[in-house]
Ligand binder design. Structure first.
Ligand code: PLP
Length: 481
């Protein structure tokens, strides 16, 4: 385990201070209300500046991120994010605004949010937006709460949500959290939704079905070609259609959820729209809806009257707030900058995302089975089942990739593929980096055949060796003893 910053601490080491001030602590003591003054010294480590810098530099080297190399984590869209957007989001004029500032003083900020919303409306083909939710799952939850309120007001007690078995786990939990019951539908052999089965379910439960949640392309990377028929079926039944738009980079600029008949959409700004993620946030999961659901959106939404922007706090049927204040503004700002810089080349994002994934699929398909390999778009799922007996499980392969300095793909998801490895290279990788990934997989497959212990002991090069994942889940120890 790495040393903490406290282990290097020693009295007297922090003698050097940048810009030693002529104002002494005792001089300003009386300015601080008595009850706020410390009675004991803070338990800070004693280190010199150079020791602090070295500590954090060494910590940073132990990390792996998109700035180090390819990060083909399927469904997560771990892509390179232009640094200029970080610079802008870190500008003091954005950083130092206070949430209680008067509307007239933050017109520029409101304008950014308003215009981002307008762009997202255009991109999705929906009519209204709220930037409030902080993540994909949070957006799903907001969407489902809106659906619930919509039916409540109509006096309908629809309690069922249909979700395909390939869907992201958050879909199931969001539906349950919003008080719905879930019907999981089996995918067809080609990995898409089974329309006949769906018809059967609708026939059986008709007036109980609130909505269907669909990811399109789904998590196998396959576009649901029956989407218009599904939409028809749901709407004729008086049900709503929900779009999980976490991975919009698959279709952005080329197709719109609104044109596919969806009523509610969430997007992950931290996946598709250039906000880094993976360290636990912050993220943003805006929700978009059709006109007739506008009044249900979480507040505030940003309005515009003439040249003035304002916070609209009083939609009649709103589900309320999803969090304090106005959403994760800095994430929205990065997405706004990204979209402005991409401009009318939006479609290139999805073209490149699909091209990269299909290039990899073709090459890795020679090493692994790809059970649902037809018509995949931005990602695909391959199976290591033929190597399982020899020790080449998806988990062992993933751990061995770490030894080669590459972040593993998503494993064991979706559950409908055995020994699943879900690969999403994203649009920002070069052909050289894709080839390097393929070569690494080739080396590992060779090792499975010659010396599979290398896989079973992996990672041997990383700072943290193989962890007991089950125990970590059941007895998480989040601090050093
Ligand atoms: C990532 C993801 C989500 C959840 O997004 P979070 O921001 O992690 O809550 C939902 N659906 C799909 C398809 C995803 O890839």
């Amino acid at each position: 385990m790495a040393d903490t910053i406290f282990s290097g601490s020693g009295k007297g080491r922090n003698r050097y201070r940048a810009g030693d001030s002529s104002i002494q602590y005792k001089d300003i003591r009386h300015l601080v209300p008595k009850q706020l003054l410390r009675t004991e010294t803070a338990g800070l480590p004693h280190l010199s500046e150079s020791e602090v810098v070295r500590h954090f530099t060494s910590m940073a080297r132990k990390n792996y991120g998109v700035d180090d190399g390819i990060y083909p984590l399927g469904s997560c869209t771990m892509k390179y994010n232009p640094k200029i957007n970080e610079r802008i989001a870190g500008h003091p004029s954005f950083l130092r605004i206070h949430p209680y500032q008067r509307e007239s003083d933050v017109q520029g900020t409101l304008k950014v949010m308003f215009e981002l919303g307008e762009m997202l409306k255009q991109i999705t083909g929906l009519d209204a937006v709220s930037l409030q939710p902080s993540a994909g799952a949070h957006g799903e939850f907001a969407g489902l709460l809106m659906a619930r309120k919509y039916y409540d007001l109509k006096g309908e007690s629809r309690k069922l949500v249909i979700i395909p078995d390939s869907a992201h786990g958050t879909n199931f939990s969001s539906a349950s959290m919003a008080g719905f019951e879930v019907i999981e539908v089996r995918s067809k052999r080609d990995g898409t939704i089974d329309l006949d089965l769906l018809q059967e379910i609708v026939g059986k439960h008709a007036a109980d079905i609130a909505l269907v949640m669909i990811t399109n392309p789904n998590t196998l990377g396959i576009f649901e070609r029956d989407i218009l028929a599904i939409s028809d079926l749901m709407h004729k039944n008086g049900s709503l259609q929900y779009y999980d738009g976490a991975n919009l980079n698959a279709i952005i600029g080329a197709a719109r959820p609104g044109d596919m008949g969806f009523d509610i959409v969430h997007l992950n700004l931290h996946k598709t729209f250039s906000a880094p993620h993976g360290g636990g946030g912050p993220g943003a999961g805006p929700v978009l809806v059709r006109d007739y659901l506008k009044g249900f959106l979480p507040l505030p939404v940003i309005g515009k009257e003439g040249e003035r922007y304002y916070l609209d706090e009083d939609a009649e049927n709103t589900i309320g707030r999803m969090k304090s204040f106005y959403g994760n503004f800095s994430v929205c700002l990065k997405a706004y900058c990204y979209l402005l810089s991409v401009g009318d080349r939006l479609k290139d994002i999805s073209i490149d995302a699909n091209l990269n994934a299909n290039y990899l699929k073709k090459k890795l398909g020679r090493l692994f089975d790809i059970p649902y390999g037809k018509n995949t778009m931005h990602e695909f799922v391959m199976s290591a089942r033929k190597y399982r007996e020899q020790g080449g499980t998806a988990l062992n392969i993933a751990k061995r990739l770490i030894d080669y300095g590459i972040h593993p793909p998503t494993v064991y998801f979706p559950a409908i593929v055995e020994e699943a490895m879900m690969v999403e290279p994203t649009e920002t990788e070069s052909i050289e980096s894709l080839d390097k990934l393929v070569d690494t997989f080739k080396c590992i497959v060779k090792e499975i055949k010659t010396d599979s212990r290398l896989l079973e002991d992996a990672p041997s090069e990383a700072h943290v060796k193989r962890v007991d994942e089950l125990r970590a889940l059941k007895e998480p120890v989040l601090k050093e003893s």
